[in-house]
Design a protein. Sequence first.
Length: 180
Amino acid sequence: MDDMMPLMTRATERTSALVRAVPQEQFGSPTPCAEFDVKDLIAHMEWVAELFESLGRKGPYVEQGPYAGDFTERAERTLAVWSRREAWDGTSPVMGLPMTTLAHMYLVDMVVHGWDLARATGQPYEPEPEAVSRALAFSEQMAEMGRQRGVFGPPVAVADDAPEFDRLLGVIGRDPAWTS
């Protein structure tokens, strides 16, 4: 918890700033997630925040709803829940995974969806190097499970000496060279 909470917090803050800067005129723009336009991606991120808030309380699985325009508020509630030491104990009754695994999943979502949104909307984005390192190590370990569960796409070939963030994107199925 002690090393992950700061990473989760800063990744969430970076992603929240990107969300707040998106004008409605860009809601229909494509994103690196082929199934989402910008508005759908933000709605998905709202759901991610709501889901991980519930999971952090050892609560139920939450279904995704329509876009609500409240990502920042949901993400703040998620961080508040995960800032409690008991959120990190044991396994998730819903997913059957250790709570530390869920925290890493949330970090990957914030880092990568921040990039997705930045790319789609032409905003600058520089994820924190330590968050990228943690997300890459976790994603490499979980890649097969992620693909089986449909949360990672097929890997995208990236050079072994590419920057860590490009390698993270490739592992989870994103093309680092994607442009709209």
